[in-house]
Design a protein around this ligand. Structure first.
Ligand code: AMP
Ligand code: MG
Length: 423
């Protein structure tokens, strides 16, 4: 039997049923116990992709730095123009991007200006080149213009001293570019989250070894490694640990001593070789849940000597689903990202018939695509067994069937969640 937690705060705080924990409830409970990293390091902007800001990035300058033109055209004084008649102005010079007009614009003058060119002193309006007649060093401009049209003001996007980016933001290419645009060479980020992981099971061998009869290749360590890399974690691969209590105990202690987070796969069900549960009761504060979901029913969460612990099921698909649904968000939060949004879902018609029993959330593997009319729909990837890793490889999304949902008939709307970029 799965007893409730040895994690006191969890067991006291919640009246959950550990044998049938709803997905949302499990997520919510885990989220309460996550204490983000606080250690900070400085990195060059080039090495900042995927890192999480540990401090606001304050703009040292106005963006744009100068009043500049949004169009190719002519910079003029609005007071020189007539509302309903043409005027002719002398072209006094040019203001190209990076090569400003040196003087000040006098009454009766215009300056040829290109997009991004600094607006000359005295000018307050840009007239698009399509709206002028240019000949012999002069331009003729009709009526109907607005004061300050086509002009981008200094500091319009961002004022010097304002926060361009916020603490807790994960840096994507756009943010890296934004930091560079402010002339900032280095930023403060949280150190990477250290995650140690190992597979448990007597039947497992690593690639490079010839499996004896009854042995299989360990794949979970490779999927976990890949998912962690995508999340920007520092990974510590501790290999395969056999189902031997002493070996497991050593591995848990070593992992917890070296990392912020320990992730294992296998051994969390209640088979005879599933020692993980017993051991963890001794080493730390860990709760075991049977989540009301398919695949991925058994899941352990807790602490071992200050490290966070996720005990994932053994089946390769269950590993990915539980990682995706629980571990991902938790690791993002631990790495200092704030806010952490779960991956969005949306509804599309399902072209397959799906078997589904009410009472648990199912994460079927789907292929989201467009039909011949360009409409998006989803179909299921054949066999859905939790050992069939190919179903994950063929899929580009999860079809999430909520607890109360029964069978799906073709044409029904279902909720999907795209995997790209997340696993
Ligand atoms: P367990 O939860 O340890 O009973 O494992 C459930 C199933 O997943 C068994 O069929 C295991 O052989 C399989 N399994 C466990 N760990 C791995 C792994 N690292 N790679 C591939 N299959 C695994
Ligand atoms: Mg096992």
């Amino acid at each position: 039997m799965n007893e409730p937690a040895s994690l006191p705060a969890l067991s006291c705080a919640d009246d959950y049923d550990p044998n049938s924990m709803p997905v949302d409830k499990a997520r919510e409970v885990i989220a309460r116990f996550l204490s983000p990293i606080t250690a900070i390091e400085r990195v060059h902007v080039r090495a900042a992709l995927g890192r999480v800001l540990a401090a606001d990035v304050i703009s040292p300058l106005d963006v744009p730095a100068h009043d500049n033109s949004a169009m190719d055209g002519y910079a003029v004084r609005f007071s020189d123009l007539k509302a309903d008649a043409e005027v002719t102005l002398k072209v006094a010079g040019t203001a190209f991007a990076g090569a400003p007009y040196a003087g000040a614009l006098k009454t009766g003058e215009a300056v040829r200006i290109m997009t991004g060119g600094v607006v000359p002193q005295g000018a307050d309006t840009i007239v698009m080149q399509e709206h002028v007649k240019a000949a012999d060093g002069r331009v003729t401009i009709g009526g109907g213009h607005r004061k300050e049209q086509n002009l981008r003001r200094a500091g319009e996007d961002l004022k010097a001293g304002a926060a361009a980016l916020k603490k807790g933001q994960r840096l994507r290419p756009a943010e890296v570019g934004l930091i560079a645009s402010l002339g900032i060479p280095e930023v403060s980020v949280y150190r990477k989250l250290r995650v140690a992981f190992f597979s448990t099971g007597d039947e497992l061998v690593s690639i490079g070894t010839v499996p004896r009869e009854g042995q299989i290749f360990d794949s979970n360590r490779y999927t976990i490694h890949s998912m962690l890399e995508r999340l920007g974690c520092e990974v510590l691969d501790m290999g395969v640990v056999p189902d031997v209590p002493e070996r497991l105990e050593t591995a848990f202690k070593e992992a917890a001593g070296a990392a912020d987070v320990v992730i294992t796969s296998g051994g969390v069900s209640v088979g005879e070789a599933d020692f993980v549960k017993e051991l963890l009761g001794k080493l730390g504060e860990v709760v075991f849940w049977k989540i009301a979901m398919k695949p991925g029913r058994p899941l352990a969460y807790g602490r071992i000597h200050g490290a966070h612990f996720f005990g994932l099921p053994g089946n390769p698909v269950s590993v990915m689903v539980t990682f995706y649904q629980f571990v991902r968000d938790a690791l993002l939060k631990l790495s200092g990202q704030d806010p952490v949004e779960t991956v969005p879902t949306f509804r599309v018609p399902c072209t397959s018939a799906l078997k589904k029993a009410p009472g648990r959330t199912e994460f079927q593997r789907g292929i989201l695509g467009r039909d011949k009319d360009g409409q998006w729909s989803v179909r299921v990837t054949g066999e859905q067994g939790s050992g069939i890793l190919r179903s994950m490889s063929e899929a580009n999304c999860f079809i999430i069937l909520p607890t109360d949902q029964g069978n799906v008939t073709p044409g029904n709307l279902v909720e999907v969640q795209v995997m790209e970029g997340v696993v």
